[in-house]
Design a protein around this ligand. Structure first.
Ligand code: PXP
Length: 239
């Protein structure tokens, strides 16, 4: 199975919000991603709306040729919005006010009533639901019990490990979590802090269907353009 690339375009909106104008437009970025071979557009609608805005999600849903994967918290406000905006899929993530980026997977437990209701409501509306979790057996089992369709395994610990033994241990944790998730019938995505140097070993884990990557691609785009940056990442993870 060929691995898919979800391109997170939050930081196109971050740049636009620096001047609160209309450029650069995330919808045009989504078009360039599509032209370059991306498989999905990812964006994170945060409570503080510091980059992506509600109208961006609406326009991406209407105008992008690629499926839209919306990252958001499981708050009642966000679930209501997702039900209105109808992305093809949603990834529920933890959100702490003041965080620079998502700080890790959800503290997921099968007794979590808020999460269970969010998942049920979104699924009822035909939206595929992913939970962003740490690559542990407990988290994967809890995601399954909560009836998620997909787990997105958090790759931060792997991607930021600074010594080879730690990189190896974190990659093994990912491999085990992928194996367990597939055994349980879950779809598997992985992402966060992946870049042109560390993404390939994750892409090679059997069972990983999609990598969601943002910051590294948008950063590289400043030097080579977005289409080239996306095409390079696609080549990195598929060839
Ligand atoms: N996956 C999830 C769940 C995220 O929250 C993010 C960041 O918004 C990403 C992937 C992409 O991470 P990065 O920008 O570090 O590639």
């Amino acid at each position: 199975m060929r691995i898919k690339l979800g391109v997170n375009i939050d930081h196109v909106a971050t740049q636009r919000e620096a001047r609160k104008g209309v450029d650069p437009d995330p919808v045009l970025a989504a078009r360039a991603c599509w032209e370059a071979g991306a498989d999905m557009i990812v964006c994170h609608l945060r409570r503080d709306r510091r980059h992506v805005q509600d109208d961006d999600v609406l326009r991406l849903r209407k105008q992008s040729k690629l499926p839209l994967h919306l990252e958001m918290s499981s708050s009642v406000e966000m679930v209501k919005l997702a039900l209105k905006l109808k992305p093809q899929s949603v990834c529920l993530v933890p959100e702490r006010s003041g965080e620079l980026t998502t700080e890790g997977g959800l503290a997921v437990s099968d007794g979590d009533k808020v999460l269970r209701k969010a998942i049920a409501d979104l699924k009822k509306a035909g939206i595929e639901v992913s939970l962003f979790v740490e690559p542990t057996a407990d988290a994967v089992r809890a995601a399954k019990k909560l009836d998620a369709d997909t787990v997105e395994l958090c790759t931060t610990a792997y991607a930021t490990a600074s010594i080879p033994a730690k990189v190896k241990a974190e990659l093994e944790a990912l491999q085990l979590a992928v194996y367990l998730a597939k055994e349980m019938g879950l779809n598997v995505h992985a992402g966060h802090a992946l870049d042109y140097h560390n993404a390939r070993p994750v892409a090679e884990i059997p069972g990983v269907e999609t990598l969601n990557i943002g910051f590294a691609i948008i950063s590289r785009a400043m030097f080579v353009g977005l289409k080239t940056a996306v095409a390079e990442m696609k080549k990195t993870i598929t060839s």
